[in-house]
Ligand binder design. Structure first.
Ligand code: DQA
Length: 145
């Protein structure tokens, strides 16, 4: 059984009510349900966490070593600011896939830089809920290696 940690960063608890023109109507529960269905079909156990706190996310990543085979993370606004989350991903050396609902490169300039991307295995951006399913598929492939 593969074990994958999924981390939703700040404000993603508000999906479905937040900037509908950017993120659409999908809720975090709908995303999590779709992820669980996909994981079940791939013999994968998921732990899914949402946090609005940078330090908590750093702690979750730090404790993942030896417990998880891969990480899927939407660092949300911390994507563009958090050296601490980047360092945590780099430190644990667990294959990590960065995910975004929106295409961050088609938005404001400050969103074009991801501090996480250089330490992630790769990034999926711009496909809404589907971004997460693609990211999970990539993470399962990495976890199997
Ligand atoms: C986001 C993109 C970020 O720029 C933004 O701060 C978010 C969500 C996305 O999933 O598209 O909160 O990570």
């Amino acid at each position: 059984m593969l074990k994958i940690l999924v981390i939703h960063g700040p404000n993603l608890n508000l999906l479905g009510k937040r900037e509908l023109n950017v993120y659409g109507k999908v809720t975090i529960n709908e995303i999590n349900k779709a992820l669980k269905i996909k994981a079940k079909g791939s013999n994968t156990d998921l732990e899914i966490v949402q946090s609005n706190h940078e330090g908590e996310i750093v702690g979750l990543i730090g404790k993942a070593k030896g417990k998880f085979d891969a990480i899927v993370i939407n660092p949300a606004a911390y994507t563009h600011t958090s050296v601490a989350i980047r360092d945590a991903v780099s430190a644990v050396d667990i294959p990590t896939v960065e995910v975004h609902l929106s295409n961050i490169y088609a938005r404001e300039e400050f969103r074009h830089t991801s501090l996480i991307a250089p330490v992630a295995k790769g990034q999926v951006s711009g496909f809404g809920k589907e971004s997460y399913l693609l990211a999970l598929e990539a993470a399962i492939g990495l976890a199997k290696k």
